[in-house]
Write a protein that binds this ligand. Structure first.
Ligand code: SF4
Ligand code: SF4
Length: 311
């Protein structure tokens, strides 16, 4: 039987996720719970229901099938009590006209997903040097599937990129690093306790895996980029940024550090999926690229090339 993977989105014409114009596949499931996560619909591997209020015309079909009484129609508008939702997906099955309620998470085999990738990548790679990028969620959660997908892409001459937290067993991390051309991986904080407070997990496996990636790296065909999402008053201080640059420099093969300005574009999704944490960064101002001048300088003074990335 072929390996299957659960994907929560496929984006085309992406220009922020590796060289050229790329097709971006979002794998579902993540072991981290970052306070600033912009994809709460990608946290669980299991498909979940997602609600878009502006598409709802109040027909009430979803309330009729909801055995948990999580949906109430009030003056033609639905009230969704997410705390009662068991994620049975029945409401999405009956919301056939507006798709205000829909299932987030599709299961693919590798050949099925390659059909999607192939639609755009043939064009992208000729025109722009683009290819396939796999992000998430955390791609290493579905490591066997992602490895097969990347191998299938390589078999067709399509280059691969990875966007990852690198939080995984060494075995799973290795499976993915080996088949990735452009590795983008985060370091969110250098202090293990603070990292745990911010993301729910320690940074120790992450730093170990990044060290492993640097040793495995075949610099003739692969490159490794470390990303730091800059989160106001969480990880943007001089000590943390300088320590990150020092660690990355010691690896010797890292191409550059990319610093990414904090954004809150995922906040509105928190009320649209059941069972996820509340958005803890509510009210924090988005950063502009120009706000990262200090962090840029600290990275460069640490001897690493720095880029300011982001949207
Ligand atoms: S079935 Fe869809 S359109 Fe009808 S009330 Fe429910 S969410 Fe709204
Ligand atoms: S997914 Fe949640 S809201 Fe929808 S029918 Fe099931 S329990 Fe009710």
């Amino acid at each position: 039987m072929s390996t299957t993977g659960t994907v929560f989105d496929i984006q085309r014409y992406s220009i922020h996720d590796g060289p050229g114009i790329r097709t971006l596949v979002f794998m579902k499931g993540c072991p981290l719970r970052c306070k600033w996560c912009s994809n709460p619909e990608g946290l669980t591997v299991k498909p979940n229901v997602m609600f878009t209020p502006r598409l709802c015309y109040g027909c009430g079909r979803c309330a009729q099938v909801c055995e948990s009484k999580a949906i109430v129609i009030n003056n033609g508008a639905i009230e969704w009590h997410r705390e009662k939702c068991t994620n049975c997906l029945k409401c999405a099955e009956v919301c056939k006209i507006s798709h205000a309620k829909k299932v987030c998470g599709n299961v693919y085999t590798v050949p099925e997903l390659m059909e999607e990738v192939r639609k755009d990548v043939t064009y992208y790679k000729r025109k722009s040097g683009g290819g396939l990028t796999v992000g998430g969620g955390e791609p290493m959660v579905q490591a066997d599937f992602v490895r097969e997908l990347m191998q299938a892409a390589h078999a067709e001459g399509i280059n691969t990129a990875l966007e990852s937290s690198s939080y995984a067993t060494a075995e799973n991390a290795r499976k993915i690093y080996e088949v990735t051309d452009h590795i983008f991986t985060d370091i969110k904080h250098m202090n293990p306790e603070i990292h745990k407070e911010l993301t729910g997990v320690s940074n120790e496996p992450i730093l170990q895996n990044i060290k492993m990636a640097s040793k495995l790296l075949d610099t003739a065909r692969q490159n490794l980029v470390i990303r730091i999402p800059i989160i106001p008053n969480k990880n943007d201080d001089e000590e943390n940024i300088r320590k990150t640059a020092e660690f990355v420099k010691s690896l010797k093969v890292v191409d550059r550090i990319e610093i990414l300005p904090y954004h809150n574009l995922g906040e509105e999704k928190y009320n649209r999926v059941p069972g996820v944490q509340t958005y803890e960064m509510h009210g924090v101002q988005m950063l502009e690229k120009g706000d990262l001048a200090d962090q840029y300088r600290w990275v460069e003074e640490g001897g690493m090339k720095c880029n300011i990335g982001g949207l």
